[in-house]
Structures are given as structure tokens and as C-alpha cells.
Write a protein that binds this ligand. Structure first.
Ligand SMILES: O=C(O)CCC(=O)C(=O)O
Ligand SMILES: [Fe+2]
Length: 159
């Protein structure tokens, strides 16, 4: 990231909000092939271990690019926290899972911030290089609540 070695370990020193999920995606049907709809991860970094079925796709310049399974590899996803800390130098990837004709299994480890932690663009990516911050200061807990609220109560459309 261009930050001093060990920065992330020192800044993000509480592990209480990290979690791991094990997911099983059922085979696609003729009507339905959405595994997980398009989203960005809200955390710092996600590590994904997938089997050899495929289906994870990343949006790149308007095209969905498959993250092809590579034996023994781990997919590393930048999340929103790193996007904010780096003031957009590193982008949180939009991704989704498309279901295939067979079952798929994956494990995702979410390296999170503690809910009581503040995050905002760091001086290394703003004041020190003469760039304005693109984000305000967020409490991680508050940011999470905002994301959930926007999903469950999207802003009303003015017709
Ligand atoms: O199952 C996968 O490969 C990705 C899962 C994912 O994007 C997520 O849980 O946020
Ligand atoms: Fe994700």
C-alpha cells in the first residue's frame, strides 16, 4: 500500500470482528443462477478459497471476468475499508457468484475492523500528497449499519 511495514497489523489490532463463512451454492436451474448478487465487501480484506467449479466473477471496466479456480491458490479481495484508507488508490472489487450446473463450495475469511474503530482516508494518501479526502470519517459499526439500511430500506425513488 505504500505504508510503513506492519501498519495494518498495528492499526487493525483487534480480531473480534473477523469471521469465516463456508458456503455451498446449489446447481443453477433454468430460472435461477444467482449465487450472490453483485456487491463489494465492506471489510478490510477477504481471502477466498474455492473449489474447482468456478462462478466467482469480478467486474472490470464493465465486463464480468471469471476468477478461474487455480489449484492451491487463494483469492484476495480488497474491501471498502482499504478503499477508504487509501483514498481510492486501492479499489474494493465489485464481484458476484454465478451458479453452475453443479454444486460449488467456498470458504471466505473476512479480515474486519473492530466495530468501535474509526476509519478515514490516511494522510499518506491525502494531506501528504496534496489530495483532498474523498470520504468522511466513519465508525466501522456505523458504516455497517448504513450498508444494511441501504440494502433493506433503499432511498425512496422520486417519480
Ligand atoms: O463464494 C465466493 O466465492 C465469494 C463469496 C463472497 O463474495 C462473499 O461472501 O462476500
Ligand atoms: Fe464478497
Amino acid at each position: 500500500m505504500g505504508l510503513p511495514p506492519g501498519f495494518l497489523r498495528g492499526y487493525n489490532d483487534a480480531r473480534g470482528f473477523d469471521h469465516m463463512t463456508a458456503k455451498r451454492y446449489f446447481p443453477a436451474t433454468e430460472e435461477e443462477n444467482v449465487g450472490i448478487s453483485a456487491h463489494e465487501d465492506s471489510n478490510c480484506i477477504t481471502f477466498i478459497f474455492q473449489d474447482d467449479v468456478g462462478g466467482l466473477e469480478v467486474l472490470n471496466d464493465g465486463d464480468w471476468v471469471p476468477a478461474e479456480p487455480v489449484d492451491g491458490s487463494i483469492i484476495v479481495n480488497i474491501g471498502d475499508v482499504i478503499q477508504v484508507l487509501s483514498n481510492d488508490k486501492l479499489k474494493s472489487a465489485m464481484h458476484r457468484v454465478v451458479r453452475k450446473p453443479v454444486h460449488r463450495h467456498s470458504f471466505a475469511f473476512f479480515f474486519n475492523l473492530h466495530g468501535d474503530k474509526w476509519f478515514e482516508p490516511l494522510p499518506e494518501f491525502t494531506a501528504k500528497i496534496g489530495e483532498p479526502p474523498r470520504y468522511r470519517r466513519f465508525l466501522y459499526r456505523e458504516y455497517h449499519q448504513l450498508r444494511v439500511r441501504n440494502k433493506t430500506h433503499p432511498p425512496a425513488r422520486i417519480d
